[in-house]
Design a protein around this ligand. Structure first.
Ligand SMILES: C[S@@+](CC[C@H](N)C(=O)[O-])C[C@H]1O[C@@H](n2cnc3c(N)ncnc32)[C@H](O)[C@@H]1O
Length: 290
């Protein structure tokens, strides 16, 4: 399994500004790389609530953060439930919340999770393996018009109609069971753009749909605002223009928040070269007004 390289760690520490004695939430802890950076920065003297929807990620984070176990509370849940999570564990005075959206390198290289096509695996793409609809269901049983809508809305694909039709013709012959099968099918009729595989947008669109990512982001941000103390900060790293639009609109339109920067923060050139995950990253930061 490929190890995830966390994105914009320096900027996360600078803008989240974690302090000893503070209480923080990593709303998308993944394997725990950002959480670990926060704990190291505060000599393990901050507390951090590590949330992830994927139980496999929580297991990896527990291992990775073992030496800080007294400072971490792990929660296997969705950040859209952040308010209930904070109430449930009786947490108070939250000073900062980090959202690092999307998926991790561990998830995309885990063939059982069925997110990626570099390793073949059963089509799945659910962060929560118990949620009701998987990528397999979408591709093999959704009507053509619905697949077209998903590709158009979440992948912003101009050829959504053509690709939806292709998928529906193929599944008449045999079910599209694996990630490689779907990727090869898309590659047979779509051109590669630069270094980007022709199936990337299709996979991204289906993943966003299957995990209800855009609606969950809106709920997560609203919940974050309710649990943060005055002066507390929200730091969001997004990887998709649709996500960034939601974050920007939310931060700009709330009269309880002050954006620290009008412009989006992006990784420096060196980070983009070293860490492919960072290439499309965009960070926004806001502070709860006192
Ligand atoms: C980019 S990774 C985070 C990597 C992490 N910052 C690190 O340093 O290891 C995004 C994580 O968010 C999780 N995730 C996605 N949607 C979520 C949601 N609604 N609630 C909680 N976790 C979610 C994914 O399972 C994934 O582990």
């Amino acid at each position: 399994m490929r190890e995830h390289q966390p994105v914009m760690v320096k900027q996360v520490l600078e803008y989240l500004n974690p302090q000893e004695g503070g209480m923080y939430i990593d709303a998308t802890c993944g394997s725990g790389h950002h959480a670990r950076a926060i704990l190291e920065h505060t000599d393990g003297k901050a507390k951090i609530i590590c949330i992830d929807k994927d139980p496999r990620a929580i297991l990896r984070a527990k291992k990775y953060l073992k030496q800080f176990s007294d400072s971490v509370i792990f929660v296997n849940d969705g950040f859209e439930n952040i308010e209930q999570i904070v109430k449930r564990i009786n947490a108070e005075r939250i000073s900062g919340i980090l959202f690092d959206l999307g998926f991790s390198s561990e998830q995309i290289s885990d063939s059982e999770a069925g997110f990626g096509f570099r390793q073949d695996g059963m089509l799945d793409m659910r962060f929560n393996p118990e949620s009701p609809v998987s990528a397999y269901d979408v591709v093999n049983s959704y009507p053509e018009y619905e697949i077209k809508r998903i590709l158009f809305e979440y992948g912003e694909m101009k050829d959504a109609e053509k690709i939806a039709h292709l998928i529906c013709e193929e599944r008449k012959k045999r079910p599209i069971r694996t990630t490689r099968q779907l990727a090869d099918l898309i590659a047979s009729c779509r051109k590669k753009r630069g270094n980007i595989h022709p199936a990337t947008q299709v996979f991204q669109a289906i993943r966003i749909y299957v995990n209800n990512e855009l609606e969950n982001l809106k709920s997560g941000l609203n919940g974050a605002l309710k649990v943060l103390m005055p002066g507390g900060r929200i730091v969001v790293i997004s990887y998709h223009s649709l996500e960034d639009r939601i974050v920007k609109k939310f931060m700009k339109s709330s009269n309880k928040l002050r954006m620290l920067f009008k412009k989006v923060i992006v990784p420096d050139q060196m980070e983009k070269v070293i860490n492919p995950c960072a290439r499309s990253a965009k960070m926004r930061v806001a502070e709860v007004i006192n």
